[in-house]
Design a protein around this ligand. Sequence first.
Ligand SMILES: [Zn+2]
Ligand SMILES: [Zn+2]
Length: 282
Amino acid sequence: MDRSSSTERFQPMTSVMSGQGVEVTPDLYCYTIQIVNVVFYGFAGEGNDWVLIDAGMPKSAEKIKEEAEKRFGKNNPPKAIILTHAHFDHIGGLIDLLEIWDVPVYAHELELPYITGQKNYPEPDTTVEGGMVAKLSFMFPHEGIDIGSKAHELSIDHTVPFMPDWKWIHTPGHSEGHISLFRNEDHAMIVGDAFVTVKQDELYKVFTQEKEIGGPPRYLTPDWETAEQSVEILTALRPEIAITGHGVPVRGQWLHENLDRLASDFQSIAVPDHGKYVDDSK
Ligand SMILES: [Zn+2]
Ligand SMILES: [Zn+2]
């Protein structure tokens, strides 16, 4: 497997939530690494089956493994790792984890080229309107990684491996093969970066994790029209619980009100006034 040198690059960001976890439902545990969340699906208990959703920031494998051992016991690897998408902050620990755990990794077919060494993401847009984080985003790696034969395509029937009550939903825009996961039973949703609950543009808000709905992180989003459609698709499902890739998990009234607002006012809340990918599409 090829470890891109880019994942070794300095990552300047963290948050007050880093290293903390929250049990959102008895079988959904959201764990924060610096600025990004990973999700453990499965009921806590020694030897229980579980699935990891996303793989955190670079160099986070050890932390993810320790947290998994606390919840599911030692020598109990996940059944699979599912990726919402393959940006550096969601696959950072992946190669190291696959050295510890021999497990399959599932992603949308359009996202596979980024984890099998065939494609790099466009460079982050450091010119985008959106403050300090955008300006720092030149440090973010955009090169793909290569996990070889461990990469698998999600089934076209929208079932999710080892998560029987869940469906995956294609929610592109932020990346081509971005997916969200949805469970009809309790309307729980894992949305990756389709929308977030912290304002990514402001460094202090990222640090304090102040709760605020937002569209996908601006500096890494190349297709705003599609991103808006994806938010509409998710809103139409009427989620009761949402675990986002960035920011705290949200539910109920707050989620309904803010997601409706984001969907109806996407242009002003989410889309930057100027930037490489905005100006290109005009
Ligand atoms: Zn992303
Ligand atoms: Zn992200």
